[in-house]
Design a protein around this ligand. Structure first.
Ligand code: HMG
Ligand code: MG
Length: 310
């Protein structure tokens, strides 16, 4: 199969990224960060979560942030909702795209949302029904699809089973998550054909965390199977506080560098993503992990020094 000509990127920085920062980032900075991302050409930016503020205090300002971001024409701003309470809060804030999230690992699901997988599917059936009734776009996440942080077994058949149940509810798109960054391409060679038997590829996204440095290899492996929707995070921020050891998502800059260099279009301006990353780096207390971001920033510094040299 030839590689796709166009890839849809779903930006995770404001949600997956900022949920995992130990410092609480101010709402003004979040709004500025999202507004910068809105100028990049990204058409999907997951902006926050309407979860329990006790579970994720970092995103307790979801309604405030959502109401204040500039909604750029043509850009969608989905949010995470874990239950009807979150859905009602999101709807009241004016959201028109939501994401529900369960997993293939029973232990992770319990730790993350305090439900069994079956209970989560029951909960999300109501959420998806309400969201579709309100004309919303709905995404479903299947986390820990490549391995559980707690060592319980996850098989491709379990991933396909949960995925099909989410699709049967009416999700518009599924995102299959390597929550703790353990996946390798050979797993995709098994998982993608099994999923593609049941779910059209244009409704299937992959969400790779880069904890062991395999995320870009996994992106390339998935491209070879015709997958053309990927989640990524500006600067490489991200991680789930309920998945011990999980680090950031694959960097948006890294994915764009890879794709554009292979003549695969994304519609996203790499320089403008870097500008958003530069802004959030100034707010955070640590550097960013995206290799392409680091390399391009360093190249600019070298070029600046050469220009300034007598
Ligand atoms: P629980 O404690 O079982 O729920 O938590 P509860 O119904 O008993 O509620 C406890 C308290 O939270 C109550 O307040 C509720 O009102 C309140 P109290 O009476 O104690 O004052 N509450 C809420 N408040 C605001 N909004 C809500 C809400 N729901 C309850 N929506 C619950 C269960 C699901 C709520 C909780 O565990 C939770 O919010 N979990 C979210 C965890 C999370 O956000 N994890 C990160 C996202 S998943 C991820 O990152 C993976 C992903 O990136 C893909 C990948 O990498 O694989 C998507
Ligand atoms: Mg994630």
């Amino acid at each position: 199969m030839g590689l796709p000509k166009f890839v849809k990127l779903v930006e995770m920085g404001p949600r997956d990224g900022l949920q995992n920062e130990h410092a609480v980032i101010g709402s003004d900075d979040k709004v500025r960060y999202i507004d910068l991302l809105s100028e990049t050409g990204l058409q999907w930016i997951e902006v926050t979560s309407f979860v329990s503020p006790k579970a994720i205090p970092q995103l307790a300002d979801a309604a405030d942030v959502f109401s204040r971001i500039r909604k750029a024409p043509g850009v969608r701003y989905p949010v995470l909702v874990p239950n009807m309470k979150g859905y009602d809060r999101a709807k009241a804030a004016g959201v028109d795209a939501v994401a529900v999230f369960t997993a293939a690992s029973e232990t992770f699901t319990k730790r993350n949302i305090n439900m069994t997988i079956d209970e989560s599917l029951e909960t999300f059936r109501d959420v998806v029904r309400a969201a579709k009734g309100d004309g919303m776009w709905v995404r479903g996440y299947v986390s820990t699809a490549f391995g559980s942080p707690f060592g319980d077994e996850v098989t491709p058949a379990m991933v396909v089973d949960v995925s099909m149940k989410l699709m049967e509810m009416g999700c518009n798109e599924l995102s299959i998550g390597d929550t703790i960054g353990v996946g390798v391409p050979s797993q995709l060679d098994e998982l993608i054909p099994a999923l593609a038997n049941e779910i059209p590829l244009n409704q299937l996204a992959f969400h790779f965390h880069d904890t062991r440095g395999t995320a870009l290899a996994n992106v390339y492996a998935a491209l070879q199977h015709g997958v053309h929707i990927f989640d990524s995070s500006a600067g490489g921020l991200g991680g789930c506080p309920y998945a011990p050891g999980a680090t950031g998502n694959v960097g948006t800059e890294d994915v764009i560098y890879l794709l554009h260099s292979m003549n695969i279009e994304t519609g996203v301006d790499l320089g403008k993503v870097r500008a958003a990353s530069r802004f959030i780096r100034g707010v955070l207390d640590h550097d960013l992990t995206s290799k392409a971001f680091q390399a391009l920033e360093a190249a600019d510094v070298r070029a600046g020094a050469a220009t300034a040299a007598p």
